[in-house]
Design a protein around this ligand. Structure first.
Ligand code: CA
Length: 292
């Protein structure tokens, strides 16, 4: 790949060639090479020919905001390439090469977004996605899935299970970075503090007045129905699990069952027929509001 060729040409002498993937992984394991530990040098002689700077260009930071990205990918070359591009853009990265390790890193590192390969050793990407969505503290963690062309039917399942976006292999690292930035930007959109309202088609939710209007006609909702609609409007396109809805609307100490959510969604759809198709049930997980 072009980037690999560039690293080799810039950073390594021709007498001591080393695969660029090795360079990237050494770098990541041992950090910047300004003050290498002698033991590391003995183990990894290739380090002695690497200049201190490892970036191809100064970090641009544009849109990254030092966000931490977890990359779960078992193919070393792809992992290194994604890592390189993300770090070049000012992101912090952590990685995992198996499903089990990926789940552990989510807990330990608390990343801002996960790039998740579909086919992984131990636990596959679909199962990871499902588990993350089912747990309250990771239910809204942004996930971008990596899939191969042949796995496109799995991609559909992945999106249904709560992945926010997907990229098909082979992909351009630049395109992946652009998708990551776009997703983070989209999820950071907040309603205007001075104008606390959401709109969706001909519906307007006014948080200050605690009112919902459709074509300017007020629709009376109960407090729970209002809360449910607010969560959906706040997170268009995202899967909201029944557990998340229960804990945010009913509170953590609520003793009811997740069926309560289904009953309220049904009532909300009856009161707002214009949203009845837009509020979609997501197999075995919860609900999502279709993005306009
Ligand atoms: Ca794989």
């Amino acid at each position: 790949m072009p980037v690999c060729a560039q690293i080799t040409a810039t950073h390594l002498t021709s007498e001591q060639p080393a695969p660029s993937t090795q360079l990237a992984s050494i770098d990541r394991l041992h950090g910047p090479l300004t003050d290498p530990h002698p033991a590391h040098l003995a183990l990894l002689p290739v380090l002695t020919v690497c200049p201190p700077a490892r970036r191809l260009a100064p970090p641009t930071m544009s849109g990254s905001g030092h966000k931490k990205i977890l990359i779960v990918e078992d193919e070393q070359d792809i992992l290194d390439l994604i890592t390189l591009y993300l770090e070049k853009e000012g992101f912090r990265t952590v990685s995992a090469k198996t499903g089990t390790e990926g789940l552990r890193q989510v807990k330990q590192e608390k990343p801002d977004l996960v790039v998740l390969d579909l086919m992984l050793p131990e636990i596959d990407g679909l199962e990871i996605c499902k588990r993350l969505r089912a747990a309250p503290d990771t239910a809204l963690l942004p996930i971008i899935m990596l899939t191969a062309k042949a796995e496109e039917s799995d991609t559909v399942i992945g999106l249904a299970l709560g992945a926010d976006d997907y990229v098909t292999k082979p992909f351009s690292p630049k395109a992946l970075v652009a998708r990551i930035k776009a997703l983070l930007r989209r999820l950071e959109r907040k309603p205007d503090e001075n104008l606390p309202q959401y709109s969706y088609g001909n519906l307007v939710m006014d948080l200050a007045r605690h009112e919902v209007r459709v074509q300017k006609k007020e629709i009376p909702l109960t407090a729970k129905e209002f809360g449910l609609l607010e969560q959906l409007l706040r997170n268009p396109g995202r899967v909201l699990t029944r557990e998340i809805l229960l804990s945010t609307i009913w509170g953590y100490d609520y003793y009811g069952t997740t069926r309560t959510v289904d009953v309220h969604v049904r009532r909300l759809k009856q009161k707002l027929p214009s949203l009845s198709e837009a509020i979609m049930s997501v197999k075995s997980l919860g609900y999502k509001l279709k993005e306009l």
